[in-house]
Design a protein around this ligand. Structure first.
Ligand SMILES: [Zn+2]
Length: 312
């Protein structure tokens, strides 16, 4: 398994028609809770926002954040419930809040993976002690290749609170001392990731928070870029969030995420229960309504925690 990071401009893949069904059978996606996913095809594995320690609200807010080795170690095992975590070559970080970034440097340190994200993600990971060689700053428009996958970095935004601001805003440019309070994992710059499985053309679009940088989404639409599967955060979305994404990217499958209570430990039977079932149902209704308006056939697939799903 060799990690290769390079800028590449794979126009052919970007312009390819909808994914070849047979060739995409080897792409497996496992939900890790919150915005965390593992994507694997053959020997190539990509993780997105793996947040697995989930230490509970009291420990999260009243103690410095420490990745929990007793939870993470078994997950790295090849016979564990999410063996891709130990095989991940790239770890894409959507934004730098603790529920997205806080376990990634620990995982990368153990596995040799490369953490990919904003300047803030890079600085915080350096503070943890992750080697420079295992960090890759991701700026909008950047393209990376790893094995059978191409990754395109898309500018994004975090959802905002009723105050009009996102939670824990700000950038981190200098490596901070670890461990540090969870609230010191500042947002940084949000990134979306368009992941293309080159052999099949299957495209997955990850958004770690339900905010949009509209010009970036508009640019994808104008390019004619379709995403077969949207894996998108639902919480705090605006009224037009779903419609804007469906209109621009014309997906076939929508996977909602970040609706679970990340203060409930992963091993708890209730770990994946939606915080707000009514809101998740409303999200599904918004997908159905937008699909009708746009004349698209779109299926909502609510993920099951730690279950691997093959796409398409
Ligand atoms: Zn966040």
């Amino acid at each position: 398994m060799r990690t290769r990071l390079a800028c590449s401009f794979v126009l052919a893949a970007l312009l390819a028609p909808a994914a070849d069904v047979a060739a995409a059978e080897g792409v497996r996606v496992r939900w890790l809770g919150v915005a965390g996913f593992a994507v694997e095809a053959g020997d190539d594995t990509i993780l997105h926002d793996p947040y697995l320690s989930r230490p509970g609200a009291l420990r999260t807010f009243f103690r410095p954040y420490v990745p929990d080795a007793t939870i993470l170690e078994p997950l790295l095992a090849s016979d564990g419930p999410a063996p891709e975590v130990g095989r991940g070559d790239l770890i894409l970080i959507g934004h730098s809040h603790f529920d997205h970034l806080a376990d990634a440097p620990w995982i990368a340190d153990r596995t040799g993976a490369t953490v990919v994200g904003s300047e803030t993600t890079v600085a915080i990971s350096r503070g943890f002690g992750l080697a420079k060689a295992q960090l890759r700053r991701a700026d909008p428009g950047d393209r990376l290749s790893h094995g059978a996958f191409d990754v395109r970095v898309v500018e994004s935004r975090h959802m905002t609170l009723p105050t009009g601001s996102p939670p824990a805003p700000g950038v981190v440019t200098e490596p901070p001392a670890w461990p540090m309070p969870a609230v010191d994992f500042r947002l940084g710059d949000a990134r979306g990731y368009l992941v293309t499985h080159r052999p099949s053309g299957l495209r997955l679009f990850f958004l770690s928070s339900a905010g949009l940088h509209r010009p970036a989404i508009e640019a994808l639409k104008n390019e004619g870029v379709r995403a077969d599967v949207l894996l998108i955060s639902t919480s705090g979305r605006t009224d037009d969030f779903v419609h804007t994404l469906l209109d621009a990217l014309r997906p076939r499958i929508v996977v909602p995420q970040h609706y679970d209570n990340f203060f409930v430990p992963l091993a708890d039977p209730d770990a994946a229960v939606p915080i707000d079932e009514a809101d998740l149902a409303a999200f599904e209704a918004e997908v159905a309504s937008a699909a009708r308006e746009l004349d698209l056939a779109v299926e909502v697939r609510r993920p099951r925690l730690l279950e691997a799903v093959s796409y398409p």
